[in-house]
Ligand binder design. Sequence first.
Ligand code: ATP
Ligand code: MG
Ligand code: MG
Ligand code: MG
Length: 489
Amino acid sequence: MKTSMEIRNQFLDFFASKDHKIVDSAPIVNHGDPTLFFCNAGMNQFKDIFLGTRQTSDKRVANTQKCLRVSGKHNDLDVVGRDTYHHTFFEMLGNWSFGDYFKKDAISWAWEFLTKVLEIPQERLWVTVFGGDEQDGVPADEEASTLWHEVAGVPKERILPFGKGDNFWEMGKSGPCGPCSEIHIDRGETIGDLALATDPKLGVNGENDRFIEIWNLVFIEYNRNEDGGLESLPAKHVDTGMGFERLVAYLQDKKSNYDTDLLAPIIQETENLCSMKYSAQDTLLSDVAFRVIADHIRAITIAFADGGLPGNKGSGFVLRRILRRAALFAKEYLNTSDAFLHKLVPCVGKIYADIFPEILQQQDHIMLVIKSEEESFSKVLENGTSLFNKLLEETKSKNLKEISGTKAYSLYETHGFPVDLIELMAEQNEVTINHKEWKKAEEKHRELSKDKEFDYNFSMTEIEGLPATKFNGYGKLSGQAKLLKLIGT
Ligand code: ATP
Ligand code: MG
Ligand code: MG
Ligand code: MG
């Protein structure tokens, strides 16, 4: 079986052989950019080139880019652990042409790499192209359809048109944009004992684990004006991104990305550190927890290696929340009592020793930061639970069924006790929380904090892309399912 390292090198070597310069991944944390906390695609570091504000003499480049999709436009946090192929952190393999080659070479090389170099059978691959958008006046990408058929040799019935949502890329409301072609892989009618037979035309881009999107080829050929009109760009660009973990899973013949050599060692190490075993089931909560922990510890370790730190605002807040989410899953479903996430850091470092050596170099520092976060969060939980119990006693002693919203809010606001847990504990004890009072307290706090810098206790709704902290009834779910839902999974 090929290792992930070999597969990554095959990609880089292939594009080097096509005269691409292999460049480093940009750091995953965008220091000093308030509009984008984390790098979420390979093209981020080349944005200025596409906008025409930076020139480059390297017209062809390729790399593997560390990406994190936990906020803003791309936020996959909620599905992580529930499916087997969306991560918070993942590597995106990419090749770029800045005003150099265009659709013909991009398509023929992508196909050559997958079918000749990696020897993926053609019958496993499906291609999607942009089918046009009448309302917007953007034509279908006939050129790409023709090239996929004539240059790559893809049968016409395997080239499927899709609309703007999946197959048209825009940088923003105005600016460079263009159609994409995507390659999806058919993992077969069964994976293990899981039957997956479905119509490919429904499966591709559908809610389906059989057909998985692996590679997006964007052809930047237009510029959208402020008034919404499109004009053809004088210099056309190619921007591609391939999900590395997904590719490795297919090539290592694994049902799930978590079974590859990129993530399985973290799960094994987690098993060694707790008393539970991973059984790779889709819905078993302890298995979801193993996957969430493997994913999250990898993400924060890599983010901390790139200079990120947990904090009360901005990217630091998002990282802290990921870390706490992993800690909650560990506590709730793997029955861990002591801080243990930091003990997984060396395992992550080892996996990436060759490609991202910065992790091992800073291992001790990263472990210290994570350990201290784990310990402080554990105190928050302990303290919050005892305060909640006091509040509960107070309520019951007055023969009330409703907890004061003002006091419950202060548990969250002053003591940092997660909203989700407050809600869950209330339900478990068959009391409700006065939501009107909670809202009022929240508004009052917001008013008072207006001039202050954002801090953790303020409101999670203020952070781009994070789900709002809201009260919902999860009345009919079991306790465990409730918690899972409440903590966002
Ligand atoms: P999906 O539809 O599966 O969410 P996407 O269309 O959002 O993927 P792109 O923005 O096109 O993804 O990114 C390029 C490639 O990166 C995808 O084809 C996929 O292989 C990979 N990718 C995207 N999101 C993730 C993720 N959260 N975890 C792992 N790989 C991902
Ligand atoms: Mg997506
Ligand atoms: Mg997609
Ligand atoms: Mg895509």
